[in-house]
Design a protein around this ligand. Structure first.
Ligand code: F6R
Length: 605
């Protein structure tokens, strides 16, 4: 969703900001804009365009030069995507410029008050309210003008503000929407996502909620919205700028699928303890005594992260014997859940920004619950809000749909389950068995990736399907759910997932030659039950693609994957189905990295 990038220094700012906006494109947006100024009092110059960053670039005039600027990619919430609703928003005197991520909840009310005072609004956005409030403040400094405006605003924001009369600075503020400062040599940057910074600097400061900052070319300072100074020590970002390039692949999705052996290797690295057949998870902030008192685990996430959480719950139950389940965070927060002091809550999020997950975490913490985060983006809001947790170390995920992060999150859950299991009743022998299985994963993923040509041929057959069914049992069911989500997101083929055990309770009525079924058929204690489901489908002339550890006689196609330990098999069985979704969508000519209507980080309700 929306993205912010800003710069103050000596360089020609417009190309730099446009390049920054391109780096934010992956988040999803519908319009973009940029405002700049120079060191001499030249006033603010602005260009905005509905559409892509390249449409904005085409509108930028030749002499659009300056050394300070802020820019934005917008994902419409208040008001349709249009040139005028794009950010930045200027006041009528062209003095104040604001870019904003988030939502002003009391925008209607503030707008009505301002209009009653004679203010004429140019756009339908909530953000323009902030611009007028800043412009109307009578304070002497830009910092105080911004503070005056924020005092009356309710809602979430990450904002960057420029003012023609204070052209030596950019003022930024954060409440619920990320603001990251990039500290350079005689230049400063700001962005809502490190993706827009790391081509220029790896030294960053992430603002906390309620914090503001003033950026000047050779200096920055941070303080609270009530004006008290805060200390900010820059941290080094470990992600490489190259992670945001396609590196020879045609799409980010393909690149990220193929990165999985390395990514899984990273989530394991440095964590395995062979001596005690367990793993070290330093960031959990949960000592063994506390770990033994947990009576339940509740995992919360959205979309793919929720599916990873379902597999995680299964892993925890089987290895640690703690009752565990997963629930969409988006549902959890609205059903006034009973918050139990003996339950450990785990929030799962790739981005660490998903609003529904963040809001659930905040609600839980307000009620005194202990919440851990299983997150990919270091320093993200959910990671900061949680009492502890683990990073999944998948590296930046640029494609809107999640692949490598799903695999790494599930692997991270296997580590957590092993850790909790070994603190409780999992034997040394079982601990060793799981560790050996974990170590095999990267090479086994390599092996699966080698079957891509076969999967591509199968995908060509399914590309014309109107609808597809995905089935699995127990451990296989969340794999089916995730595979069906992946297919629908990027191919737009309708897909649904069912527990294989539920077939005869309804969905069997749908089975006919035109509805292919993808079945997860691991060699485990449920193999015969799964085979019976294949029989039921075949008896109704249904077409079957099996993902299995051996050829399945009843299936029209079988993708054979290497066997690991039963508990860890779901990690591997999802991977060929990422490739199936990918090649099906490719055969249908879809825009794989940017599926329609979707954004990478859903930072609003
Ligand atoms: C699907 C997908 C989404 C996200 C969901 C949560 O491919 O990417 O379903 O998983 O929006 O996002 P995070 O994990 O960033 O909280």
């Amino acid at each position: 969703m929306c993205g912010i990038v800003g710069y103050i220094g000596k360089r020609d700012v417009a190309p730099l900001l446009l390049e920054g906006l391109q780096r934010l494109e992956y988040r999803g947006y519908d319009s973009a804009g940029v405002v700049i100024t120079g060191p001499k009092a030249t006033g603010l110059k602005m260009v905005k365009a509905k559409g892509r960053v390249r449409d904005l670039e085409a509108k930028v005039p030749k002499r659009f030069t300056g050394t300070t600027g802020i820019a934005h990619t917008r994902w419409a919430t208040h008001g349709a995507p249009s040139d005028v609703n794009s950010h930045p928003h200027l006041d009528p005197e062209n003095k104040v410029a604001v870019v904003h991520n988030g939502i002003v909840d009391n925008a209607q009310e503030l707008r009505a008050k301002l209009e009653a005072d004679g203010v004429v609004f140019a756009s339908e956005t909530d953000t323009e309210v902030i611009t007028h409030l800043i412009a109307r403040s009578e304070a002497d400094t830009l910092e105080q003008k911004v503070r005056d405006a924020l005092k009356v605003i309710e809602g979430t924001y990450g904002i960057a503000v420029m003012h023609a009369d204070f052209n030596d600075r950019i003022v930024v503020a954060r409440n619920g929407s990320p603001v990251i400062l990039g500290i350079g040599e005689k230049e400063m940057l700001v962005a809502s996502d490190v993706a827009a910074l790391i081509a220029h600097t790896r030294q960053v400061v992430t603002l906390d909620d309620g914090e503001m900052a003033t950026l000047k070319a050779d200096d920055f300072r941070t303080y609270t919205t009530s004006g008290a100074s805060t200390t900010a020590t820059p941290e080094t970002v470990e992600w490489e700028a190259a992670s945001y390039d396609m590196g020879g692949h045609d799409t980010f999705m393909h690149k990220e699928i193929s990165e999985q052996p390395d990514a899984v290797d990273r989530v394991l690295r440095g964590r395995i303890d062979d001596r005690f057949s367990t793993v070290h998870l330093g960031g959990l902030n949960l000592d063994p005594r506390e770990a033994r008192t947990i009576r339940r685990i509740k995992i919360l996430g959205c979309g793919t992260s929720y599916h990873a959480g379902l597999i995680g719950a299964g892993l925890i139950e089987s290895m640690a014997r703690i009752p565990a389940d997963a629930e969409p965070a988006s549902e959890f927060r609205y059903r006034n859940p009973v918050v139990d002091p003996d339950t450990l809550y785990i929030a799962v999020s790739q981005s660490g920004e998903t609003y529904d997950v963040l809001a659930a975490v905040q609600e839980l913490k307000r009620k005194g619950a202990r919440v851990l985060g299983v997150v990919n983006v270091v320093g993200s809001a959910i990671a900061r809000e949680a009492d502890g947790g683990m990073y999944v170390h998948a590296g930046p995920e640029v494609c809107v749909v999640s692949t490598k992060c799903f695999t790494n999150t599930v692997t991270a859950f296997a580590l957590l389950a092993l850790h909790l299991g070994r603190v409780r009743d999992l034997s040394v022998t079982d601990g060793k068995r799981i560790i050996e299985g974990l170590r095999k994963l990267p090479a086994q993923i390599e092996e699966i990736l080698k079957t891509e040509e076969q999967i591509k041929e199968i995908a060509a057959e399914y590309a014309g399907a109107q609808s597809m069914m995905f089935i699995g049992r127990v451990r296989g069911y969340p794999v089916a759910l995730e595979a069906s989500l992946k297919l629908k997101e990027i191919s737009y083929i309708h897909a649904e997932a069912y527990p294989a055990s539920e077939l005869k309770h309804g969905p069997l009525a749908l089975i006919e030659p035109a509805l292919p079924t993808v079945a997860i058929v691991p060699d485990d204690d449920l193999l015969e039950k799964n085979r019976a489901a294949l029989e039921e489908i075949k008896a109704r002339s249904g077409r079957i693609l099996a993902v299995a550890h051996q050829e399945q006689a009843k299936a029209d196609h079988t993708i054979v994957v290497p066997k690991n330990e039963d508990e860890l098999d779901p990690i591997l069985m999802g991977i060929p189905l990422q490739l199936l979704a990918y090649h099906t969508a490719l055969a249908m000519g879809r825009d794989i990295d940017k599926p329609r209507n979707l954004a990478k980080s859903v930072t609003v309700e």
